[in-house]
Ligand binder design. Structure first.
Ligand SMILES: C[S@@+](CC[C@H](N)C(=O)[O-])C[C@H]1O[C@@H](n2cnc3c(N)ncnc32)[C@H](O)[C@@H]1O
Length: 186
């Protein structure tokens, strides 16, 4: 009787441990599924025009927003400059769905993917609003896949080891975000 009880307790502990491990893995997966590894924060509305100007798009441009959030930068770009094609790569399910809805009537393709795994070679222009460590990992991919002359604009975070051709000050008193735009050409 007591050995049965011991066996039952061990079995129960094992089952509970397995359930706990499964639950932690599920929650971690859900966090990535919902948000991605950089939180979804849209570029401040007050700097959107400056971003579009900094990109220097023309009617044949192909603009990639890597981690496009709700697609607002792409929406402004294709609306402002006729002929521009926008490609948004977004892995967070909520921003992805928002981007799909907001951009559905425009010349914008929104792809739900990890931008580290996506082919970005067609880009003539790239916009990023990502953390420095993510940009550090993305930089070699951009250099390897994209054409010479591809223009890259980064909001708030510098790409380490790259020298910007321009830094645009977008500081606004009382706003800790959208303080600088770093413009690069590879
Ligand atoms: C700070 S938000 C910027 C959103 C948009 N670019 C804008 O400026 O309004 C960063 C976005 O990148 C997405 N993201 C982060 N890592 C990603 C990855 N590896 N692949 C695709 N999207 C990613 C996040 O889900 C988030 O929506």
């Amino acid at each position: 009787m007591s050995s049965n009880y011991l066996l039952g307790s061990v079995f129960l502990i094992l089952i509970l441990t397995l359930m706990l491990v499964w639950l932690s893995m599920f929650l971690l997966h859900m966090r990535d599924f919902l948000t991605g590894d950089v939180p979804f924060i849209s570029t401040r509305k007050r700097v959107v025009s400056q971003v579009i100007d900094a990109l220097q798009l023309s009617e044949s441009s192909i603009l990639y927003d890597l981690g496009c959030g709700n697609g607002s930068i792409l929406e402004h770009a294709v609306t402002k400059i006729k002929g521009v094609r926008g490609i948004g790569i977004e892995n967070g399910i909520i921003p992805f769905l928002l981007a799909k809805i907001y951009t559905r009537k425009l010349s914008i393709e929104v792809i739900r993917d990890n931008f580290f795994k996506t082919n970005i070679s067609p880009a003539t222009h790239i916009y990023v609003y990502l953390f420095t460590d993510v940009l550090g990992k993305l930089a070699p991919k951009i250099l390897q896949e994209c054409k010479k002359g591809t223009r890259v604009v980064s909001c708030d975070y510098e790409i380490s080891d790259w020298v910007p051709i321009k830094i645009i000050d977008t500081t606004k008193k009382g706003d800790k975000l959208a303080r600088k735009l770093y413009v690069y050409e590879i």
